[in-house]
Design a protein. Structure first.
Length: 318
């Protein structure tokens, strides 16, 4: 009911629906969503599947799915990627589907350092289930919701194009990048255009390192400190944490500023990887939200022998 009331307020009373993008705790397990410059960074074909259930104890939770594919294509001189994302809010009252295509170009600056430039085009389809919304004029003081609303029913489907870009720099041990989503800030209103009805630009900055531990010359045991910062209009968030990997197991501990602690466990074996993370909410919603659950599955397929030198990025898989 809480989510329904929020969506009702945004759609009916405010005339606009403005909020932050869906987020994934395991952002490196969904690299194309994090930054389009990641397209093709593994060189060989790569598939990632992600699922997130945020605050499952609340009625009308946010549930988000994504699937992506990317690889390097020598004939194009860069990487290509395809990302499909679906987000359901308020018991599927508001359903958003994004289909994105991306291309990234790799520039080897020195023998030790490379830069990737990524571009992304997205078609966004939003669908509103008007019949699931409730309004004040439907309420009888004695009998509750018994009337039909007099609110004007809008077009329940909204589609538009969106564009993003990113840059990524990396060497054998360190990496970092910046992504800018919703560069054109497209209109996403349902009822009428109004100030604030644009999809706000999102800026993401991320940096980290993969450092071998002890005498692990083969890189089987590593520690990886990381930092991520996001800003979308008035919303700001930072994640700081560390991964510890001892093949085939991976663990992680993160702090998301003023919101939650995150615990992560993962397994990497051959072409397969699997990760689970749980967000322990520490905000005022702690007692009623039941945290957030996230699952990731990845497949890193082999490819033909390299025809020429190609530097892949060494960064966490979760």
């Amino acid at each position: 009911m809480l989510r329904k009331l929020l969506i009702t307020c945004m759609i009916a009373y405010c005339g606009v629906a403005s909020g932050q993008d869906p987020e994934f705790t395991q952002f490196y397990a969904n690299p194309l969503y994090l930054n389009p410059a990641f397209a093709g960074t593994a060189r060989c074909p790569r598939v990632n599947l992600n699922y997130r259930n945020q605050w499952p104890a609340l009625t009308g939770t946010f549930v988000t799915y994504s699937a992506s594919y990317d690889q390097h294509v020598e004939a194009l001189g860069g990487g290509i990627g395809l990302l499909v994302l679906n987000d359901k809010a308020g018991e599927n009252t508001l359903n958003t589907t994004n289909i994105s295509g991306m291309y990234s170009y790799q520039l080897n600056v020195t023998r030790e350092f490379s830069i990737k430039f990524g571009m992304q085009g997205t078609y966004v389809q939003k669908k509103l289930d008007w019949d699931k919304l409730t309004f004040g004029d439907m309420i009888d003081p004695r009998y509750g919701f018994i009337y039909q609303t007099q609110e004007t029913r809008p077009n329940e489907n909204k589609g538009f194009w969106d564009f993003s870009a990113g840059i990524l720099g990396y060497s054998n041990k360190v990496y970092g990048g910046v992504a800018v989503n919703h560069i054109t800030e497209p209109e996403e209103f349902y009822i009428k255009a109004a100030p604030g009805s644009k999809l706000p630009m999102k800026i993401t900055a991320h940096v980290g390192a993969v450092l071998p531990l002890g005498n692990s010359r083969d890189g089987a045991t590593t520690i990886s400190p990381n930092f991520l910062y996001q800003k979308q209009r008035d919303f700001e968030q930072y994640n700081i944490g560390v991964y510890f990997a001892k093949a085939p197991l991976v663990g992680g501990l993160w702090y998301r500023g003023k919101d939650s602690f995150i615990v992560l466990v993962g397994l990497q074996q051959g072409i397969f990887k699997f990760g689970y993370s749980y967000d322990v909410t520490v905000s005022k919603l702690a007692k009623s939200s039941a945290g957030s659950h996230e699952l990731s599955v990845g497949l890193q397929f082999p490819c033909h022998p390299k025809k020429k030198r190609f530097r892949t990025i060494k960064c966490p898989a979760f």
